[in-house]
Write a protein that binds this ligand. Structure first.
Ligand code: HEM
Length: 115
């Protein structure tokens, strides 16, 4: 199961790269239709994050799960997913939504690394 876990962590990091890449794309070119990039990255984070946590919680790998940290990450990631969905459907939605998404994404990277 270790290899499955490692592949999911690999995909989790790629999902983060897609999400952060989407944020940078929109900062560099505000009119770029990159909602689908944000939505794909955000969706990948929720799916792979839940899968990683499930495997660890089931005791299939030798990793402890900090449930409080995971609850915070999941809550933030779901908000990011909803914002990405709005920005995908309404590319010209207010800048506030985009900056909130960007800030929450960075906060989740910080929570992952520093908590
Ligand atoms: C915007 C959403 C998210 C971002 C940007 C993000 C980012 C990251 C990053 C950068 C790491 C690597 C940290 C390290 O190895 O030190 C990580 C690991 C992890 N994330 Fe996320 N994450 C997100 C959402 C989630 C969600 C929703 C869950 C669970 C429901 C989750 C669960 C985990 C777990 C369990 C690890 C540890 C993997 C390991 O090293 O064994 N993440 N995340």
């Amino acid at each position: 199961m270790d290899i499955v876990y490692d592949i999911l962590v690999f995909l989790h990091l790629l999902g983060m790269a897609v999400l952060v890449g989407g944020v940078i794309m929109r900062l560099a070119a505000p009119q770029s239709p990159n909602g689908l990039v944000l939505l794909s990255g955000a969706g990948a984070q929720v799916l792979t994050g839940v899968a990683i946590t499930g495997i660890a919680s089931a005791g299939l790998v030798d990793n402890d799960v900090n449930n409080t940290k995971i609850a915070v990450k999941l809550g933030i990631a779901v908000v990011v997913l909803v914002l990405a969905h709005i920005l995908w459907r309404k590319p010209q939605a207010g800048k506030g939504l985009f900056y909130t998404l960007a800030a929450l994404t960075l906060i989740n990277v910080g929570v992952a690394v520093f908590w």
